[in-house]
Write a protein that binds this ligand. Structure first.
Ligand code: ZN
Length: 625
């Protein structure tokens, strides 16, 4: 309820500042702050706590049990409305005893069905007996063969953006927070973990209890079950992984201790007590997911040389931007991701130096330019503030939120100086901790704390251009990297000599190799591809970033020597960031399309729903119904 006054004051400012055309647009977006991707109505009766009691049934690929929802009913509403999708609801009890009247509304595309429960003004809680569907979009059930150990099955969830409702009936919007506890029963030889206080050892009963004391939005609800072991790194950090992967993971991640210290020095105390990392099997669709207390991470960042640690910095940064101060709706997604990329690069800079961070910023800039070119510079999806009405919020996940968001914050930093900007961010996280933030509320705060009446500064930052304008604004900060300039020189030498003999690539990091591969000529013949591959072993690289970048060239140049490796990669890795460009490159030609379909048919069962949701369309896959 606290949202209302601030929303009104933001609205007033917007009216004053904008022209008529723009006004209409902002008004529509403003009125959506109750969240267009949720059918729940927390303004009437608001969920405050969740108590889960679930049994994990690997044979049926189902969760079976109860969810008890505690709620505030300050308005005296006669209904509590929850989001559900593909859930089988068997019974609802009021305050544990009397049976409640309830109904499931019509299915709404993308959003699922509202569960409407009749309550009395003094009802405190409802207990819902339910079963999740084997096709729950959040849950991926892996066979033993799909794990590193190969002997036990594995289950993990991915609730962002709006998939929590496919395994738990709840109020599923990023602007709605609640605490939770859970009792989860799994086969006795497996361990269960959640985004909560976690066990560090298996127990013989297979029953695990969890508690999350800090209120979180539903997209941060998470569960993983498998043959897992834990190793601590220090008193508040550690790694969970399958025993086969644990040691390599601990070695790769040991710098997380320093990362947490650096992050706290920058923007204040870590609010979640522990920061552990769970290494998932390779089919995990993202690089990482910032589930509080327990980041879920892809094993594809275990490069053996810690070169991909910025992903951990990213997920750690979400402990502040995203988990602590949360985008109110998915239209405001840049507030989660742009802030997090900025914070991530500050952690990376503090640990590995400015040169290293600038290489990552420049790779990010390249990604941003490519995304804007693909979408078109006048495309409204290149604005920071999105309009996702009637659309899957997963469409917000693009370099616009991440990199355009990053460059906007970097512009503010460069305009007012780092010291002042750091004070601003520190205060921002402190002031809005455990609250949600929307774009207009952020603008309000920016005006109040930074711009004030300084017209010169306002013009210099020109936030409207970034937030409501398409494409890349004129005042985007410039990034230069000495190390990339050296890479460019070596690439030029290769072009001139047509030989790798005199190239100096000693001590290049993953980032330098990525830049080299990305800048290779659009036209190359097979001999040139072969020469590079023989000299630098790109096809057989153990580094997934390098593999993915090289394989795009291999596909575009029909370099068949890499095809077997590409097929293996596509079948074994489920990270959407890699899969999308590879399949997109394949389908550009007739033969490539046939190959893509062939590989996809084999690989698709290994992919999580969120990857499949993107790839089906690219590959032209039609599921047999
Ligand atoms: Zn992120």
């Amino acid at each position: 309820m606290r949202i209302l006054p601030s929303f009104l004051s933001v609205w007033c400012i917007v009216v004053l500042l904008t022209s008529c055309n723009q006004m209409k647009e902002y008004q529509e977006v403003s009125e959506e702050t109750s969240d267009i991707h949720s059918l729940a109505q927390p303004k009437r009766a608001k969920m405050t706590h969740l108590a889960l009691d679930l049994k994990v049934d690997f044979d049926r690929k189902q969760l079976v049990g109860t969810a008890t929802i505690y709620f505030d009913n300050e308005t005296g509403a006669n209904q509590l409305i929850l989001d559900t999708k593909d859930l089988d609801i068997q019974q609802v009890l009021l305050d544990d005893s009397t049976k409640a009247n309830y109904s499931l509304g019509e299915e709404v595309a993308l959003l699922g069905r509202p569960l409407r429960i009749q309550v009395a003004p003094n009802t405190k809680k409802v207990t819902i007996a339910y079963t999740s569907s084997p096709k729950s979009a959040a849950l991926q059930w892996l066979t033993p063969a799909q794990t590193a150990g190969g002997e036990q099955p594995f289950l993990f969830s991915q609730s962002q953006c709006i998939l929590a409702r496919t395994w738990i009936p709840c109020q599923d919007g990023p602007g709605m927070r609640f605490t939770y506890q859970a009792r989860v029963e799994v086969p006795p030889h497996l361990m269960a973990l959640m985004s909560a206080e976690n066990p560090t050892e298996k127990n013989e009963t297979g029953i695990y209890e969890f508690e999350m004391k800090q209120p979180i939005p539903a997209y941060l609800l998470a569960l993983a079950v498998g043959d897992l072991a834990f190793q601590k790194i220090d008193e508040r950090t550690g790694v969970y992984a399958e025993p086969a992967t644990l040691e390599a993971a601990v070695q790769e991640y040991e710098e997380v201790v320093k990362m947490v210290e650096v992050a706290e020095n920058l923007y204040g105390k870590h609010a979640w007590e522990r920061y552990d990392i769970l290494v998932l099997p390779p089919s995990f669709p993202f690089g990482g997911m910032e589930n509080p207390r327990l980041t879920f991470a892809t094993p594809t960042i275990i490069a053996g040389d810690k070169s991909l640690m910025s992903l951990v910095a990213h997920e750690l940064a979400h402990s502040w931007s995203g988990n602590l101060v949360t985008n109110q709706t998915w239209n405001d997604f840049w507030l989660n991701e742009g802030f997090t990329v900025y914070f991530e690069r500050r952690i990376v800079e503090a640990l590995y130096g400015r040169d290293f961070a600038e290489m990552e910023a420049l790779l990010g800039y390249q990604d941003l330019l490519e995304t804007i070119e693909q979408k078109g510079k006048n495309n409204k999806d290149t604005k920071l503030l999105l309009d996702l009405r009637k659309r899957d919020p997963d469409e917000a996940v693009s370099d616009i939120a991440y990199e355009k968001g990053y460059f906007f914050l970097r512009l503010i930093e460069e305009s007012i100086g780092r010291e002042k900007f750091d004070r601003f961010l520190r205060k921002y996280f402190e002031t809005f901790a455990f609250e949600s933030m929307n774009t207009q509320r952020f603008i309000n705060y920016l005006e109040k704390e930074i711009i004030k009446d300084d017209e010169v500064l306002a013009k210099k930052i020109n936030y409207k251009d970034w937030i409501y304008g398409t494409g890349l604004p004129q005042n985007c900060p410039k990034v230069t990297s000495k190390r990339f300039t050296q890479v460019d020189a070596q690439l030029q030498l290769w072009k001139e000599t047509q030989s790798t003999d005199s190239l100096n690539t000693a001590d290049w990091s993953t980032q330098e190799w990525l830049h080299f591969i990305r800048q290779l000529p659009v036209q190359m013949d097979i001999e040139q591809m072969k020469q590079l591959d023989e000299a630098y072993e790109f096809t057989a690289s153990g580094n997934t970033e390098i593999q993915a970048a090289w394989y795009v060239h291999a596909i575009e140049h029909q370099y068949e020597a890499a095809y077997e490796a590409i097929e293996n990669f596509l079948i074994n890795i489920g990270r959407r960031k890699f899969l999308t460009p590879l399949y997109s490159a394949l389908v550009k030609t007739e033969e490539g399309r046939t190959l893509a379909k062939d590989i996809y048919a084999k690989a698709r069962p290994n992919y999580h729903y969120v990857a499949v949701n993107t790839l089906d369309e690219i590959v032209g896959y039609q599921s047999a119904k």
